[in-house]
Design a protein around this ligand. Structure first.
Ligand code: SF4
Length: 209
């Protein structure tokens, strides 16, 4: 089995509960809710994506085996004394990230976080599961550590997810031409609904990847 990877890079987690943690980001190519092509965006199930996940042409992108992916992750990790923290993201990482890969990374004591749209069940053994629900989809991965709701969405409301088994509930303003308006709406929502906390994309504020 080989894995098609858009890019792999070392940075800090910019959003959600783990903001500020060193991490190697592994961005898988492809998503089940949008082709990634602008000409398909208007009719995509998910039309507000802010990520380029197409192809394998990003930094350290390519086709990897589980062994070569582990080696690349280890080569990018700078701190010798800390457990390696990897974030599997996309696109939709669960189209490719399978039990074989998770088991292989865990056998090297890697801390694994995943960022998924929740439409595919995650393999067991992942240390931190973050689900970001999208409209007109069925959430299959209905439990985890963090639910991150991109706000506002026309046909989806945070209420629908409060009863799911997530340890943390985050509202994150949608990054669009209306960002300031979205930020204010997100702030208002969190202040009126204390179960929810605000998540900001601090990597964008800082201008880092
Ligand atoms: S589900 Fe995530 S990766 Fe896929 S199109 Fe939507 S925002 Fe982008």
């Amino acid at each position: 089995m080989s894995y098609r990877i858009k890019e792999i890079y070392f940075t800090q987690q910019g959003e959600g509960r783990n903001t500020g943690m060193d991490a190697v980001f592994v961005r898988f190519s492809g998503c089940n809710l949008w082709s990634g092509k602008e000409k398909h965006r208007a009719k995509a199930i998910c039309s507000f994506c802010d990520t380029d996940f197409n192809g394998i042409d990003g930094i350290n992108g390519g086709e990897y085996t589980k062994e070569s992916l582990l080696s690349k992750i280890e080569s990018l990790w700078l701190s010798e004394n800390k457990t390696i923290n990897v974030v599997l993201t996309g696109g939709e990482p669960l189209l490719q990230a399978d039990q074989t890969l998770v088991d292989h990374l865990k056998s090297s004591n890697i801390y694994i976080a995943i960022e998924t749209n929740g439409t595919i069940k995650a393999p067991s053994g992942i240390d931190w599961v973050c689900v970001s629900p999208k409209p007109n989809t069925k959430i299959v991965q209905d439990h985890g550590h963090e639910l991150k709701f991109i706000y506002p969405q026309d046909s989806l409301h945070p209420d629908e997810f409060e009863s799911l088994a997530f340890d943390n509930l985050f509202i994150q303003p949608m990054d669009s031409v209306n960002y300031i308006e979205n930020l204010n709406l997100a702030l208002e929502y969190c202040m009126a609904n204390p179960k929810w906390q605000l998540s900001l994309q601090t990597h964008k504020i800082l201008g880092i990847r």
